[in-house]
Ligand binder design. Structure first.
Ligand SMILES: C[S@@+](CC[C@H](N)C(=O)[O-])C[C@H]1O[C@@H](n2cnc3c(N)ncnc32)[C@H](O)[C@@H]1O
Ligand SMILES: O=c1cc(-c2ccc(O)cc2)oc2c(O)c(O)ccc12
Length: 229
């Protein structure tokens, strides 16, 4: 299993975290990282440096109505809940309620549970259900996708209908441990299935004229997309 960060050296990533991410990280997010640290799938949590830039984006677009696909123990969910206003809302979708419940006491203690509608489900049918209500079309300010790579493009097509023009969708893991820039035979076994899917997704999104994009090397790579038409 890979370590976090894709920079030249582990030390450089550690430096970024220790010099500028951890000192500004809100206490509830630190607590959530701590409770996740013992989880066997702890590497799945959104990286704190990615979380920091996402927090800034949420505030730049004044995000209020949001959606998250892939909650796990709730790091990205909690940072969203802390960044949106008191009457902001997050539809948070995950097939795994047990993982969400690990972070839930911290979310409650932070006083932001009222902003969250957790939906235990596969994400695609929920997006389709949201789209049956025309009032939802073009109404979301922000979406975050951090789930099954095989559906990233399916999520994208639906999220573009849900987002308002000017709204932002962020996709996590778009550098997939750096494997996107390696040959198949030099890619560790763990990354192989996701590598091809991520390369294809990155090609498709680069060719999508409906969005402005930036593939930024935070955490495991995040692609920031703004709906422009
Ligand atoms: C990488 S983790 C999410 C990490 C989370 N964003 C965080 O900050 O901790 C991926 C999550 O996606 C969920 N997931 C996988 N496939 C899914 C699907 N088809 N629909 C909904 N959730 C899914 C998994 O249960 C897992 O909790
Ligand atoms: O196994 C992983 C690893 C990551 C990961 C790697 C490097 C980072 O800086 C952040 C995260 O993310 C994963 C993930 O999001 C997932 O859905 C499955 C596995 C992993």
């Amino acid at each position: 299993m890979a370590s976090k960060g894709l920079l030249q050296t582990e030390e450089l990533y550690k430096y970024i975290l220790e010099s500028s991410v951890f000192p500004r990280e809100p206490e509830p997010l630190k607590e959530l990282r701590d409770v996740t640290a013992n989880h066997p799938r702890k590497l799945m949590a959104t990286a704190p440096d990615a979380g920091q830039i996402i927090t800034m984006l949420l505030q730049l677009v004044n995000a209020k109505k949001t959606i998250e696909i892939g909650v796990f123990t709730g790091y990205s969910l909690l940072l969203t809940a802390l960044s949106i206003p008191e009457d902001g809302k997050i539809t948070a979708i995950d097939i795994d309620r047990d993982a969400y419940e690990i972070g839930l006491p911290i979310i409650k203690k932070a006083g932001v549970e009222h902003k969250i509608n957790f939906v235990e489900s596969e994400a695609l049918p929920i997006l389709d259900q949201l789209l049956t209500d025309h009032e939802n079309e073009g109404s979301y300010d922000y979406a975050f996708v951090d789930a099954d790579k095989v559906n990233y493009w399916n999520y994208h097509e639906r999220l573009l209908k849900l987002l308002k023009v000017g709204g932002i969708v962020v996709y996590d893991n778009t550098l997939w441990g750096g494997s996107v820039a390696k040959n198949e035979n030099e890619t560790p076994e763990f990354y192989r299935p996701g590598r091809h899917l991520t390369i294809e997704f990155n090609k498709q999104i680069a060719a999508d004229s409906r969005v402005q994009i930036s593939l930024a090397p935070f955490g495991d790579g995040i692609t920031i997309c703004k709906r422009i038409m």
